[in-house]
Each structure stands twice: as C-alpha cells, then as structure tokens.
Design a protein around this ligand. Structure first.
Ligand code: ASP
Length: 573
C-alpha cells in the first residue's frame, strides 16, 4: 500500500519537497487568480495554494469547481509561507502546499449545516458522518479505541481471557426492560438481548474459566431522560476464588491505568459503606469534590422540642437533617433554596444565619437554649445552616447541598473516586414487595435463611467518581439453595424461578466455585476522562432521547411478509 504522508508532519524542514495528499477541502478562499484551500484529513490540516497564472484553462476551471467538503487528491511542492501569513495555531502553519496537479475524487452537496451551527440533535445525527469528520469526534473515537486496547492488555497480562457471550439469549434482570427478538423457527417465542452478560459470566465460572473479561454490548430498554443509551458497552469481568477486595483492586487498578494513559491522576478510592454515604451525602453516588461539610442527622437535638413543625415530624418517626454552608446568602437566594427544597419534595426548609455565638432566623424564637446550643456546636464557623425534616429527607438535603455547591463553585478540581460498599441486599418497591438493590445474584452479608431480609447487607461495591457511578459488582451467590431462597424472598414461586433461572440453578448445583465480578460502562468512563458532557459523544452512532437512530431511521417498519414469517401482527398504538 502506498504510504500516505501525515499532514501534520509537514513543517519548515519539508520546504522544497514534493508531496501528494488526499483529503477534504475544509475551507476555500478565492483571492482572484489564486485560491487558498485548507486540506484536511485525519492526520492534520494544511493550506494549499492553487495559483492559476499562465495555467488559466483546465487547471483554473477545475479549481473553480472546488467547494467545502469536496474530496481531492493534490500534488505539489512545500514552500515556506511569507512571514506575515504564518499561522501559529496549526502545526503546518509555517508552510503551504503549492498545488501543481490535483484531482477531484468526489464532490459534496452544499452542507446542511456548518460546525457550530445550532441544529437539532436529530439533524446532527442524521448527518453523523459530517460530525465524525471533526477533530473532536476523531479524538473521542481514538480515545475509546485506546481504552479498549489498555483494557485488553491489562486483563490478558493478568491471565484473564476474553470470552464472547451470546446476544440472542434469555432476559437477565438488570432493572430495565428487555429488547426482544422474535424467533421465526419457534413461533411465539422470543430471545432477549442481554442487559449484561451477568449469568453467562457466572456460568463461565461454573465452567472453570476462573478469570473472564469481555468488552461487550449491553441492551436496556429504559427511559433515556438521563445520559443513557439503549445500547452501550461494558467492560465486564468475573473471577473465581476471590474476595471483594480482589475484585475492587483488579477493577480499580484498570481504571487507574486508563486515567494514567490520559495523563490524569486517579487517587486510591476511598471505601465508604452505603449507609454512611446515604447518611452523609443523601445518595449512594457521593460527589466528594464538594467542599461543604456532610449532612448531619440532628433529630436528637430536637427530641423534646416545642417547635411544632419539628415536634410533629419527630412524633411520626421522621428525621431532622441539617447541613452547613460557610457563606451568607441574600434573602432572594434563601427564598430560592426554599423553592428548590420544596420541588425536591421537602415540606419546607428552615435556614439560620450563624455566627460563632448566635443564630438568627425567624424560627429561632421557638427553640430552647439547649437546641440552639446543639446547633451552634455543629460547626465552629460562621455561615448558614439549613434544616428540614420528614421521612426521606436525606436524599432531598443531599441534592440541595449538591446544587448549592455547584452553583457557588464549592467543588474541588480533580477526581475523587470512592467505592460504595455493603449496600442493602433488598429494598421495598413502590408496591411494598421486596426488590434487589443490585441484582438477585448478589451474595448476602448475613444469613438469607435466618435474618430479616430488609436488614441484610450485600457483598457489593460500586465505583463512583465525582458523583457518577461508573460501574459496580458483587460477590455472587454460588450455592443453588441460597439462590433459590433469594428468589423466594423476591416473591418468585419455585415454578417461576425454575422456568426463568433453571439453567443458572443447574450450573450452581454441579460444583460452582465461589466467584465475584464487576462491570463498568466504557462510554461513561471515556466521557469522564475526556471531560465530555454526554456519553453520546463517545459513541460513533448514538441514538436520540427517543431511542431513534436518525442516520438509518431505525427502528423502522417491516413488511407484512416479514411479520407473517415471524407469526406476528402489530396493533396500532
Ligand atoms: N452485571 C452487572 C451490571 O451490569 C455488573 C456486575 O454485577 O458484574 O451492572
């Protein structure tokens, strides 16, 4: 293959050389009798000069046809640019290519929009190939490629093997809806696209693989409000005969290596029990960049209060939660916070201006000296104290604290990773039934046969960086009896779990080793290391918020013949 010259390697020292390059016309400027065109390809951008002179005729006629995004091949001599037209912003800014011959390899219609134009996401994605030509997208895709290479080197040097698992499979409960694929040869039956390879990787452990990893597509049909995609990539791993610490170390070190390759520092993650995270930050995804002191449960201070609002809350078994900000706020700002707290679900919000010896607030007159003392002792500094009470106020106050920190730039720079461990095994769903906090294959700390299910913790660990969960995992249940008991606690009958998970129970029944694993979202990780606003920018062909691919028009209608072959009929919504 002919070696293509890298544009950005052309510099002062190349002056006098004849080169041939192919690429796109980035911009073109007509200076009458001479055209300046910037020619761009993956390897850089360079100014080319089409000087007509005595070459009026075919050369000039063809040059006049050139437009932005035409694909050309040009040949010419590299010359130093005149001093006053050097462009220090690009590596080739000291030189230009004086074109002697060129060929138009393809034309382009006038562009539907220019880079930086405000166009809808749908229009942008329809012309994704134009976006992909940008430096930014090229950088992002190359970064994802780098992450995949680092991952493969990392795991293979530690004796993990990459094993592919099926896409046409049964559903795995990861909390989202499944994408279903009808089976033609088994009328009325459906495959589910995997939400993750969870059960296959566990069965690989039963199969003696011991150390597995995979860079794998996962499919989840969920509302795409947040920065989610219906198909995304996981870096997935599982190992046998391991402790939680082994998995956390293996996963954490990989993340450190990835950060390192992007010249970013990744401190050793803190380890924080789930309960502490919720009590201190109101969330299981704490953002440790926030410089404000953590939330405080002040229910005890108000145990015998005369202040009616708090007395009622305490009487109903609610909690009173406070946080302190070392800052004075204007009345308008304080009113704004009250509004925010109410929008987040609080009944109200009490604020108090605090100096070392004094509290000022419309409600102070309702408080006893003891209560005031208790609040003053929370923090020696001057500033503002926010308090509210109710049933689920940690989440509300955690979010208010986060919003205030963000709005008033109370965030440190850098990355602050934390492993949130020991989440509850179960939680109550809206209908009162028990659900898994992680997934039903997570091992319990405690005894699932004897203990109150809602008191059980799990052998789980989630990696959170700056308030974003990048992945999670757990030690798994490796005994069939325990797994059956968990299914029962989740409300499944023997018939139901045998039907859905009989294959897993079967694998656990024939000498399955203890094992655990972890998975993280690769695009989310790429977005973090690249500082992207959205994981969409780390995906070549993402879907819109409505799960549509404007480029291909997917999902699309299919013919009646195809439906018939699948024994399917559609009903109009
Ligand atoms: N399968 C889990 C997930 O997709 C990760 C794990 O437990 O390994 O979140």
């Amino acid at each position: 293959m002919k070696e293509m010259i890298k544009i950005n390697s052309i510099g002062r020292n190349s002056a006098g050389q004849t080169v041939e390059i192919s690429g796109w016309i980035d911009t073109i400027r007509d200076h009458g009798g001479v055209f300046f065109a910037d020619i761009r390809n993956r390897s850089g951008i360079i100014q080319a000069v089409f000087q007509f002179g005595e070459r009026e005729g075919d050369f000039a006629a063809l040059a006049r046809k050139l437009r932005a995004e035409f694909v050309v091949s040009v040949k010419g001599r590299i010359a130093l640019r005149p001093e006053d037209s050097v462009n220090p912003k690009i590596p080739t800014g000291e030189v230009e290519l004086r074109v002697s011959e060129f060929e138009i390899l393809n034309s382009s219609k006038p562009l539907p929009f220019f880079p930086g134009d405000r166009v809808s996401e749908e229009t942008k994605l329809k012309y994704r190939f134009l976006d992909l030509r940008s430096r930014k997208m090229l950088r992002n895709l190359s970064a994802v490629d780098r992450i995949m290479r680092i991952t493969r080197d990392y795991f293979s040097s530690r004796d993990f093997i990459e094993v592919l698992t099926p896409f046409l499979t049964r559903s795995t409960p990861e909390g989202a809806r499944d994408y279903l694929v009808p089976s033609r040869v088994n009328p009325g039956s459906f495959y589910a696209l995997p939400q993750s390879p969870q059960l296959f990787k566990q069965i690989l452990m039963a199969g003696g693989v011991e150390r597995y990893y995979q860079i794998v597509r996962c499919f989840r049909d969920e509302d795409l409000r947040a920065d989610r995609q219906p198909e995304f990539t996981q870096i997935d791993m599982e190992m046998s005969f391991c402790s939680s610490e082994d998995v956390m170390e293996t996963a954490g070190n990989l993340v450190r290596e990835i950060f390192f390759c992007f010249s970013l520092e990744f401190p050793i993650p803190r380890i924080m029990p789930y309960d502490e995270s919720v009590a201190s930050y109101g969330t299981d995804k704490p953002d440790l960049r926030i410089t404000l002191p953590p939330l405080r449960d002040v229910t005890e201070i108000f145990a015998g209060t005369e202040f009616k609002v708090f007395r009622t809350i305490c009487g109903k078994g609610g909690r009173i939660v406070a946080f302190f900000v070392e800052k004075d706020f204007s009345r308008a700002e304080l009113d704004g916070f009250i509004e925010t707290a109410k929008k987040l679900g609080a009944g109200g919000l009490v604020w108090m201006k605090k100096t070392p010896g004094e509290l000022k607030s419309p409600v102070v007159k309702f408080l006893s000296d003891e209560e005031k003392k208790g609040l003053l002792n929370l923090n020696p500094a001057s500033g503002t104290l926010f308090i509210t009470g109710g049933e689920n106020v940690f989440g509300i106050m955690g979010e208010l604290r986060r919003q205030i920190a963000e709005k008033f730039a109370m965030l440190r720079n850098g990355f602050f990773p934390v492993w949130v461990v020991d989440a509850p095994l179960f939680e109550k769903g809206k209908d009162g039934s028990l659900q898994s906090v992680h997934h039903p294959f997570t091992a319990a700390v405690g005894d699932v046969f004897a203990d109150n299910p809602l008191k059980l913790k799990s052998h789980s660990y989630d990696l959170v960086i700056n308030g974003e969960e990048i992945g999670g995992g757990s030690i798994r249940i490796h005994r069939a009896e325990v797994q059956k008991k968990v299914f029962e606690i989740l409300g499944m009958t023997e018939k139901e779990y045998s039907q859905k998970f009989g294959f897993l129970l079967n694998a656990l029944s024939y000498g399955c080793p203890p094992h655990g694993g972890f998975a993280f979202g690769m695009e989310r990780l790429a977005a973090i290391v690249l500082g992207l606003d959205s994981i969409r920018d780390a995906i070549a062909f993402p879907k819109t918020q409505n799960a549509i691919c404007p480029l291909t028009g997917a999902p699309g209608k299919v013919s009646d013949r195809q439906l018939k072959e699948l024994n399917l009929k559609t009903i109009e919504p």
